[in-house]
Design a protein. Structure first.
Ligand SMILES: [Zn+2]
Length: 308
């Protein structure tokens, strides 16, 4: 499994933009930007990491990939205007990737969104959005009548994706999906975003996947999930379902080592691990020389990959 793009290594320090700088950098929109909004793995709520979510800002529009817990607040903290939300892409229907899909739509509307948002993902996207709007129908109805807001339902366009291939394109971006391996989920997708100035690939959750490697060929940035197998049992030790959970985690994710092995040094400009356990993973990467091999950076929230 290889990428074959040769490019210069982006320095980690140059890629990390503090939050206040990010607020202006991302919104002023000099080019296509990737912002990592949530990098935690798994469905548990954590003190200092948010659920899986990324934003791509291009041409004044915001494209959100996955809606893990806290995505709307992470966007606000990153200086991203919720009213600029135009597209949402869900990689798969584990709750740590989609639990805030409905709340993000509603919160963007409550912030003043008046334009359409297209929501893309595997089935049952239509049902999930319809059910969420039913769940919040009372509040939505009250605010439409009492506060004079535009109706929310007509703004939301849901699209179900049934496999890999072209997804959508507009003046700023072309989006392509690939099926990845994440059992027992029926359909899990990675997405590639090709803008005029850069190409960005988001893996979602996956075991090592040749389709993902093909999708990421010549891309500038790959955000890839990773875990550390020999730490999984230890980290889940206190949970009553630890045995089943450990088996599940090991079965349908990629180890940091597998991800590191799958790419040549200096192959793609910048690959970012979206990981569950940052100090451990960073230590692991350093010990194994993966950071020094070039272009691999541990992901953390609000990291704006401006130099990748
Ligand atoms: Zn998953």
């Amino acid at each position: 499994m290889q990428w074959d793009r040769r490019s210069t290594l982006a320095a980690l320090a140059a890629a990390a933009v503090p939050i206040p700088a990010l607020a202006s950098a991302a919104v002023e929109l000099g080019g296509t930007k990737l912002v990592l909004l949530g990098t935690a793995g798994g469905p548990r709520v954590r003190k200092n990491r948010s659920g899986s979510a990324q934003a791509i800002v291009s041409g004044g529009n915001i494209y959100v990939i996955d809606c893990g817990y806290g995505v709307a607040r992470q966007m606000v903290l990153a200086g991203l205007d919720l009213k600029r939300l135009r597209h949402i892409f869900i990689t798969h229907h584990h709750s740590d990737h989609d639990i805030d899909l409905g709340p993000l739509l509603q919160l963007a509307w409550l912030t003043g969104l008046t334009t359409a948002v297209d929501c893309w993902g595997p089935p049952p996207m239509h049902k999930m959005i319809a059910d969420y709007l039913k769940y919040e129908a009372y509040d939505i109805g009250v605010r439409q009548r009492d506060e004079g807001r535009v109706p929310l339902r007509p703004l939301i366009h849901s699209h179900e994706i049934h496999g890999g291939g072209p997804v959508m394109h507009n003046a700023q971006l072309r989006v392509t999906a690939a099926r990845v391996i994440h059992p027992p989920i029926d359909l899990a997708l990675a997405y590639r975003f090709d803008a005029t100035d850069r190409s960005i690939v988001i893996s979602g959750d996956t075991r090592p996947s040749d389709e993902l490697i093909r999708l990421a060929k010549d891309a500038d940035v790959l955000v890839h999930e990773a875990m550390m197998p020999d730490r999984v049992s230890q980290l889940l030790r206190s949970l009553p379902n630890q045995r089943a959970l450990a088996r599940s985690v090991l079965w349908h994710h990629s180890s940091a080592e597998e991800v590191g092995r799958s790419r040549r040094p200096r192959a793609s400009r910048c690959s970012s691990f979206r990981i569950s356990f940052p100090p451990t993973i960073r230590m692991f990467l350093t010990t194994n020389g993966l950071l020094q091999r070039g272009g691999i950076i541990p992901a953390r929230s609000w990291l704006a990959a401006t130099s990748c």
